[in-house]
Design a protein around this ligand. Structure first.
Ligand code: ZN
Length: 429
């Protein structure tokens, strides 16, 4: 809370960043600079990197490149893999924070997370049809919490179908193991590997339906970093390797208590019942006494999701908490809006209510308008703590709950509520 004074007060006529801006074409010079910098500035913890290209002999721009998303080094590998082609990346508004001119010059297209914005379709068209370049997307729209594929939006197939260009994937391996989302500030020594693969030709895109395209993309985007770690025998020997893991494994499988997990060194433990697990060098969990329950971290994560689903089906899920709010209407500064109240449930979705400069405000996102939620662990741009972002078309509200360790559950609830609505709709048809 000490750094609140660093944020400006809300100007009377605040400008909002224009996400419908025409994307700049990346220059050949920019692509070259990015290529050289990406190679030169590889983190010292990277124990070598390898990029394999499959079925890309005839792949020429324009094409769509779909990548998974783990950490900043993804962009560096991307620049190296796509060079010498010019690339326009779709990036979230925070990427433009304090450096909008530079990010625009690099050809990035701005998007607010988990909002519907038609200008994105126009920008995609411009890049592919007018510039004839590569359109790069991170369709999971957030860093992977436990190194597995996140939900991909249904709209992706429609966009690809409309654009009528080839589609390739670029899947990163090792990036998550080096910098897990839940311990973002410390890197582990790990080798990196990336596989670039053409998954659809322009002719196939023409032939297949949007649903069929989605099925191909979903299959191609499947990954599990802990499985990869075991298969490759990659040892993470750092003695802090489990620190932060409780942010994603927030529920104890022994006593079922939520939000009371914690971690230190190589251990994960429940502060409610005292159960402890050791995280091995190969990324597996082992209970120090009694049953392990889940040795594979993504299995524990998915079990938590099923618990949230059960609460939703039983009608016992709801969230209500006081939050500290910062908004990001433009790219120059976050605006501290003070304390507010946030609720989330299956009927109303997210409702954020607060008061700023004597005026009451209310932000409402319905359950059917959000298929997922933007979460940040120890967020680097504002307070180093966990927060979620509720975005509207022209603003983003970063909310820091007073309840510790709850944002992963909020993200499960958002996704499961959306899925339940979709399932209900499909049943009716
Ligand atoms: Zn417990």
């Amino acid at each position: 809370m000490d750094n609140i004074k660093d944020y400006v007060t809300y100007p009377k006529k605040i400008k909002h960043y224009d996400t419908s801006k025409r994307p700049k074409r990346q220059t050949k010079f920019a692509a070259g600079v990015m290529y050289l910098l990406s190679k030169a500035l590889m983190p010292r913890q990277v124990q070598g990197y390898k990029i394999d290209k499959i079925n890309t002999e005839n792949l020429k721009p324009p094409y769509i490149l779909l990548c998974n998303h783990h950490t900043f080094v993804d962009f560096q590998i991307n620049c190296i893999a796509t060079y010498p082609h010019r690339v326009n990346n779709i990036a979230t508004v925070e990427a433009f924070y304090l450096r909008a001119a530079l990010i625009e010059w690099l050809g990035c297209i701005c998007k607010r997370k988990f909002t519907t914005d038609l200008s994105l379709v126009r920008a995609s068209y411009k890049v592919l049809k007018e510039y004839g370049d590569v359109l790069c997307m991170y369709p999971e729209a957030k860093y992977a919490p436990v190194g597995t594929t996140a939900i991909l939006p249904d709209s992706l197939g429609k966009l690809i179908k409309k654009c009528k260009v080839p589609v390739a994937t670029l899947l990163y391996h090792g990036n998550y193991l080096m910098t897990p989302f839940w311990d973002f500030y410390r890197k582990r020594k790990v080798p990196l590997y990336a596989e670039m693969k053409q998954i659809l030709t322009a002719e196939e895109v023409e032939k297949l339906s949007a649903e069929e395209i989605n099925a191909v993309v979903r299959k191609a985007m499947e990954y599990d970093e802990y499985r990869w770690q075991k298969e490759q025998g990659i040892k993470v020997t750092e003695d802090f390797r489990a620190e932060g893991l409780h942010k994603v494994l927030y529920q104890c499988p022994e006593c079922k208590t939520e939000y009371e997990m914690n971690s230190k060194g190589t251990e994960l433990f429940c502060e409610h019942c005292g159960k402890r697990w050791e995280m091995t060098e190969l990324g597996e969990l082992k209970a120090q006494r009694g049953e392990t329950y889940f040795s594979h971290i993504p299995d524990w994560f998915e079990w938590e999701r099923s618990e949230v689903r059960r609460q939703l089906e039983e009608g016992t899920y709801s969230f209500s908490n006081d939050v500290r709010v910062y908004s990001l209407p433009w790219t120059r500064s976050f605006v501290y809006l003070g304390d507010a109240h946030l609720t989330h449930d299956a009927e109303n979705g997210f409702v954020l209510e607060g008061e700023y400069n004597g005026e009451k405000y209310r932000i409402h996102r319905t359950p059917q308008s959000m298929y997922s939620l933007h979460v940040e662990y120890d967020y680097c741009h504002i307070e180093k703590d966990d927060c979620i972002d509720i975005s509207t078309k022209d603003d983003s509200f970063f909310c820091y709950p007073s309840q510790k360790n709850c944002i992963t559950k909020l993200s499960f609830a958002t996704e499961e509520i959306y899925k339940m609505i979709k399932e209900k709709k499909n049943k009716k048809i």
